[in-house]
Design a protein. Structure first.
Length: 250
């Protein structure tokens, strides 16, 4: 697949570059450039990112970073079984636990929330950093909701991290998930409060908390131009193009 000339492969993280040093130089560069394309496209065009990840995987399937990138690309395109297989392979290679929450979420995506819940109780969770533990809590709450256990999902999200006033990269998503669960339980007043708190923490627009707040407040967004006026303008334009203006009539 085509790769722009300005993508050199040097854009990848130092840790990944270190892993690629086990490959011949030319091959390492090819793999690195494909990994950069995966990273650049995974949010805006996940299907294309997935295609680049498959190329990298064919070139260097024994590199953990490549298996991880392939996993995230598959996950972004909802190929959960494939993503889980790649994450498991990467974990076997590294021995790390960082992928544990997303592996559990793959189980949810495959319609197996009970397995995700089982993973939430495994010793690996205690080895996660704070961000990873919050992510695992979000997955566990989602699994509870999948199983129709809404009250349990709300309780799962109640934690010191949720109560803290400090803002971290995961704060907005945690507050948003709590607000959404409250709303699903019919606790609209509390939900509004937590959507507002999510919006306060959401500096990067990671959630649609502002839209959810507007919905709760009964705010409707309408086009500035009235549709009937737009139709009339189009009719007038058609008349001009067809030479049908009154001033041109004999």
């Amino acid at each position: 697949m085509p790769i722009p000339d300005d993508v050199t492969g040097d854009e990848i993280d130092q840790d990944v570059r270190q892993e690629l040093m086990s490959l011949p130089k030319g091959l390492a560069e090819d793999v690195a450039r494909n990994l950069v394309m995966v990273a650049n496209l995974i949010d805006e065009d996940p299907e294309k990112a997935y295609e680049y990840s498959r190329i990298a995987l064919r070139l260097a399937s024994r590199v953990a970073a490549v298996r991880e990138a392939a996993g995230f690309a598959a996950y972004a395109t909802q190929k959960y079984s494939e993503a889980l297989a790649e994450f498991r392979a990467a974990r076997r290679m590294t021995g790390g636990v960082e992928l544990w929450p997303v592996m559990a979420d793959c189980e949810r995506g495959m319609g197996r929330p009970e397995r995700a819940m089982a993973m939430a109780g495994e010793p690996e969770v205690q080895k996660l950093d704070k961000a990873g533990q919050v992510e695992m809590r979000l997955v566990a709450a989602g699994a509870r909701r999948d199983m129709g256990q809404l009250d349990a999902a709300i309780v799962t999200l109640q934690s010191p991290e949720l109560a803290s006033t400090a803002v971290h990269p995961w704060t907005a998503r945690l507050r948003y998930a709590y607000a959404d669960a409250l709303l699903a339980a019919g606790r609209e007043g509390e939900a509004r409060e937590w959507f507002a708190k999510a919006l306060e923490a959401d500096k990067d627009g990671a959630t649609d908390a502002s839209d959810r707040l507007a919905e709760l407040d009964g705010v409707e967004f309408v086009d500035a131009i009235d549709e009937s006026e737009l139709v009339a303008d189009n009719d007038d334009n058609d008349d001009h193009e067809n030479g049908n203006d009154d001033e041109h009539k004999d």
